[in-house]
Design a protein around this ligand. Structure first.
Ligand SMILES: Nc1nc2c(ncn2[C@@H]2O[C@H](COP(=O)(O)OP(=O)(O)O)[C@@H](O)[C@H]2O)c(=O)[nH]1
Ligand SMILES: [Mg+2]
Length: 436
């Protein structure tokens, strides 16, 4: 469990050498610590240049920028120390600071404090972390929309709508305490329309999550059909070994590419035909099968020798089917996309199909917001509860319907503030970087 009374310190700039490194300190002992290292009193939004004596007797000239609570990133007294960007100096400085009553910050602890002190909402805090890790301009735009509150506003609207529906259902229970013939048709219609709203929102959110987290895309199919060649076309370099020898690719070869500004995390994998394999190939095949489970998108490649290739994929996976080597046999009238990876024919068409297959509403997501799997899971749980509430309402089980609406409301609420369990908050913030 994290102690929020402690004063914390961490380097906020990436490890390694650079022009400047920045060390951040936050907590109630900041002003005492400031006095000890600079000999001056700490004041809001002031900058001082100070020579700090490091533990080994070396002096380091630093720039100290101070912020007084509550007007800082964390809401606590905060000092940012800029020093020369040498990792040894950073280490000595942090070691020195830790002798003056502060401890190493946990990953994301500055932002966690900011959230707990009411400076940012949880959705904003998550967006800050997403902004740091965004891998495309489109994603930065979307995250900025979330930072400006567009995702949270939608969640607030859903919470409000659900709250008034619960009030209506609970009112019906109070009014008809013993009743047999209540007319639930209006409530039922409202629930149905809410269900449509939330399902639409889940579709947009699911696109937003894929854009934010990247689309895990596996290239699969039998051996020797050109999977690795296609990987190299997408990545524009020799990422995977291409050879006419069956069973060349064994490890999972991964590389991220951008298609229409969206990040696809590509995985090239071993072929999945049923021919006899050696021990190492078997390991490769198992890796490939496991990766299929995790994928958001599957590109199934075959060539003219494998037109009847059939593979069953985990339920609900999006699959784009490709027929490669069209240069050898011409286009085939199948439901597959005909390409030639070797001669880079029809690749743009394939790229368009990938984007269309994965995004339900690409234009909508590009203009809307960013979201995380955590949000999507809670929305799906909420949706399941509303579905149950709908059918219970149709069966006139109004009390049970109210119970499921309450659960639905709980799930929506957790998007904004998880039930205050340290573990849950710790889990959310642990994916942030150190010093943020
Ligand atoms: N003619 C032709 N050959 C191809 C094409 N794509 C791949 N190949 C060849 O097919 C062989 C197997 O390719 P590779 O990418 O290693 O297949 P993988 O086993 O599915 O990864 C290599 O000799 C490639 O040069 C294509 O579009 N046309
Ligand atoms: Mg290969």
């Amino acid at each position: 469990m994290i102690n929020l009374e402690d004063t914390i310190v961490a380097c906020a700039t990436p490890p390694g050498s650079g022009a400047i490194s920045s060390i951040r300190i936050s907590g109630k002992d900041c002003s005492k610590l400031y006095k000890k290292i600079s000999g001056k009193s700490m004041a809001h939004k002031e900058i001082h240049i100070s020579e700090i004596e490091l533990s080994s007797g070396i002096k380091e000239k630093c720039v100290l920028t101070s912020f007084i609570s509550p007007n800082s990133y964390t809401g606590e007294d905060t000092v940012e120390i800029s020093c020369h960007g040498n990792p040894l100096i950073v280490e000595l400085l942090i070691t020195k600071l830790k002798t003056l009553d502060c401890r190493d910050a946990q990953p994301g602890e500055f932002t966690m404090r900011s959230y707990l002190n009411g400076k940012v909402s949880l959705i904003e805090a998550e967006a800050i972390s997403d902004l740091i890790s965004a891998r495309s301009i489109e994603n930065i735009k979307a995250v900025n929309k979330s930072l400006a509150g567009s995702f949270e506003k939608k969640i607030d609207e859903l919470i409000f709508e659900l709250k008034s529906m619960r009030a209506r259902v609970e009112g019906e229970i109070d009014f008809n305490d013993q009743d047999t013939n209540i007319d639930l048709s209006e409530i039922s219609a409202n629930l149905d329309s809410f269900l449509i709203t939330i399902e639409d929102f889940i579709n947009t959110t699911s696109d937003a999550v894929l854009m934010n987290e990247g689309i895990k895309t596996i290239i699969t199919g039998p051996e020797n059909v050109g999977k690795s060649t296609l990987m190299n076309v997408f990545t524009k370099k020799k990422t995977s070994i291409v050879s006419e020898i069956a069973g060349t690719t064994r490890d999972l070869v991964t590389k991220s590419v951008k298609i229409h500004g969206l990040v696809f995390d590509l995985i090239d994998s071993a072929g999945l035909s049923s021919r006899a394999k050696d021990k190492i190939e078997e390991i490769g095949t198992n890796l490939a099968k496991n990766a299929l489970e995790e994928a958001d998108l599957i590109i199934e490649v075959v060539d003219h020798n494998n037109l009847n290739y059939e593979m069953t994929y985990p339920k609900g996976k999006k699959v784009v089917k490709v027929l490669n080597k069209s240069d050898l046999a011409g286009d085939e009238k199948t439901r597959r996309i005909n390409i030639s990876a070797k001669y880079e024919q029809n690749i743009t068409k394939l790229e368009n199909c990938l984007v269309d297959a994965v995004f339900l509403s690409k234009n909508q997501v590009l203009g809307s917001f960013s979201a995380r799997s955590r949000h999507l899971n809670l929305l799906n749980n909420c949706n399941d509860e509303i579905l149950r509430a709908c059918s219970l309402c149709e069966e006139f089980s109004i009390e049970l319907c109210a119970e499921h609406l309450k659960n639905a409301s709980g799930y929506l609420g957790q998007i904004k503030s998880p039930y205050s369990s340290d573990d849950l908050l710790g889990e959310i913030f642990s994916s942030f970087c150190i010093g943020k």
